[in-house]
Design a protein around this ligand. Structure first.
Ligand code: HEM
Length: 295
């Protein structure tokens, strides 16, 4: 298995990452809001933030690239990271991006794919050896995952990994999330947003009109759905709303004031458990290396 330090070094070299910035998703902005869980979620999972009382959330919208000054009009995945702040002082994180299909199964392949995309002559050979990766990338292209969205508020975000929900009575279900915009066209602000930071300008203007709302959807796994493989496609047994995320305002970057904010997909609370997905389990160590480099 590749070492997290080597992975981050190679990703940074491929993506033009800058000192002081995240190695990936370098350009981003912080927001605050609330999350209110649905009764269906409370019935299936005992986690503190899923019981129905509103809890605060910290949100960071980002562009996927490693360079912190890239143009919002560029082709790229976009990220939406959400930290749910529970009343007992704990927190749990969900990190979504606009690509519905994850193209690789191992951290090594993730690093090699990042390098191949940055060096286009390498990409055809990489894909020729990995037809499933080529199909995923085609699926993402068809879904418009890299197309610049009109707004961070109008994109759907996919956290990819499966998590096990444990109910108060002990019943267990594997779930996969989607963060889906609600009535987004109705919230469009007047004006044209065309500059380098047009997604930030648009979302600030939109928030002046009212909260930006997302439905946190979950698919419950069917008997044949594999929770441990980030590339697996699920048939799913049911699809339900786990609750509403309402983003209400922009907040200053807490890292400008010396705090460190890390969104970690393995940060879970009682009632939510991790799969054996090798990509999921690798991420916290890689993120720690990136944090060490940027603070
Ligand atoms: C082996 C696979 C992966 C590696 C090596 C990797 C690496 C990284 C690194 C180094 C960062 C910067 C962390 C920091 O400085 O705080 C980052 C951020 C991020 N990654 Fe990943 N990543 C991987 C997979 C994924 C997947 C599967 C998703 C989405 C489902 C994802 C979504 C994000 C998002 C949204 C951020 C920005 C978080 C923020 O706003 O602070 N990554 N990634």
């Amino acid at each position: 298995m590749i070492e997290p330090t080597e992975a981050v070094d190679r990703i940074a070299a491929a993506t033009g990452s800058q000192p002081g910035s995240r190695t990936l998703h370098a350009k981003g902005w912080f927001f605050e809001g609330t999350f209110t869980a649905s009764p269906e979620a409370a019935a299936l999972c005992r986690a503190g933030h899923l019981q129905g009382d509103p809890v605060p959330v910290q949100v960071r919208w980002s562009n996927g690239a490693g360079h912190p000054r890239n143009k919002d009009s560029g082709s790229d995945v976009r990220g939406m990271a959400v930290k749910f702040l529970l009343p007992d002082g704990s927190a749990t994180d969900l990190l979504g991006q606009t690509a519905p299909y994850f193209p690789v199964r191992t951290p090594e392949d993730f690093v090699e794919l990042t390098e191949a995309v940055a060096t286009p002559w390498k990409l055809p050979l990489f894909l020729a050896l990995r037809p499933a990766t080529a199909m995923s990338l085609l699926g993402n292209f068809r879904a418009g995952a890299l197309r610049p969205p009109r707004s961070y508020a109008e994109a759907t975000y996919f956290p990819i990994h499966a998590y096990r929900w444990v109910a108060a009575g002990g019943d267990e279900r594997w779930v996969r999330y989607r963060i889906v915009p609600v009535d987004a066209p109705a919230g469009r602000p007047a004006g044209e947003f065309a500059g380098r930071d047009r997604l930030r300008e648009e979302i600030l203007a939109r928030l002046e009109r009212g909260p930006v709302v997302f439905d946190l959807r979950v698919t419950l796994a069917g008997p044949d759905d594999d929770p441990h493989d980030p590339m697996s496609q699920w048939g799913g047994q049911a699809d339900l709303s786990a609750g509403r995320i309402e983003v209400t305002a922009a907040v200053p970057d807490p890292e400008g004031e010396g705090a460190v904010v890390v969104f970690d997909p393995t940060r879970v609370v009682d009632g939510i458990e991790l799969s054996d997905d090798p990509i999921l389990l690798f991420r916290p160590a890689a993120y720690s290396v990136s944090v060490d480099r940027r603070v």
